[in-house]
Design a protein around this ligand. Structure first.
Ligand SMILES: Cc1ncc(COP(=O)(O)O)c(C=O)c1O
Length: 243
């Protein structure tokens, strides 16, 4: 089959982008206003720094969300394909969750002690996933940090391995990329103020590169490979069948 190279007209693309951005600004004046007010007290006008990267010039501010939809401050209604990046994967505020959480609010929210619900959760996770013991973390970053420490402690190996342009939260060891030569590890360009150069702690290889992975693991100094089943933070990169 002959392959035809499709030439993208970059100037036309720029024009279309500018038109869409202008439309976005026109349709979201209240969100824009909220963003300007937020800048008085929130760094870059957002509660979490990655929210400033949203396309359209400023983030949408949410008024209300239920099920698979949310409405922004300008009363524009959206189908939500993000669903809190898994936190709301079963839909926003399902009634059964709202009922249970509302009841719990009357019994105290946080007390630095376990309650009996924790036992139910541990038993249920064990039943569902077959792993014998569970711990709770407040974020995926924390869970990854715990896991890496435990892996290094058990294996007595100093290094971890990640894939090029992975994202595993703000885990310091993971901010490593391959240099232009495709072999050497280097500190990721946007990694501000690293406590140590992560090339000391981490090996990095390209996802789907079995040979490079085998080479990196061969010396036996890697305590854990931190890996998603499919990479989800540089678009979606699926694993090849033999990977
Ligand atoms: C694969 C992966 N790991 C970890 C994280 C970070 O999660 P958290 O913000 O809960 O630390 C993300 C967030 O996008 C992620 O996609």
């Amino acid at each position: 089959m002959s392959q035809q190279l499709v030439q993208i007209d970059r100037e036309h693309l720029k024009k279309l982008y500018a038109e869409e951005e202008a439309l976005f600004l026109k349709n979201h004046p209240k969100c824009r206003d909220a963003f300007e007010r937020a800048k008085n007290s929130l760094l870059d006008g957002v509660p979490m720094h990655w929210m400033k990267k949203w396309t359209g010039g400023h983030p949408l501010f949410v008024k209300q969300a239920k099920g698979g939809h949310f409405t922004d401050l300008d009363d524009v209604k959206f189908i939500d394909f993000c669903l809190g990046d898994t936190g709301s994967m079963t839909g926003h505020s399902p009634d059964v969750v709202v009922d249970f959480v509302s009841k719990q609010l009357n019994n105290g929210i946080t007390y630095m002690l376990p309650n009996e619900n924790a036992i139910w959760v541990g038993d249920d996770l064990k039943k569902r996933f077959g792993l014998p013991y569970w711990q709770v973390a407040v974020s995926a970053t924390d869970a990854n940090r715990f896991t890496l420490r435990i892996a290094r402690h058990i294996t007595k190996r100093p290094k971890i391995l990640v894939f090029n342009y992975c994202y595993h939260g703000t885990v310091d060891e993971a901010f490593v990329t391959l240099a232009d030569d495709g072999v050497t590890a280097e500190c990721r360009a946007t990694n501000i103020g690293p406590q140590t150069n992560p090339t000391n702690t981490t090996k990095v290889v390209e996802f789907n590169d079995v040979e490079a992975l085998e080479r990196a693991l061969a010396p036996g100094d890697v305590a854990a490979v931190l890996c998603e089943p499919a990479m989800t933070n540089i678009g979606i990169v699926l694993p090849h069948q033999d990977f």
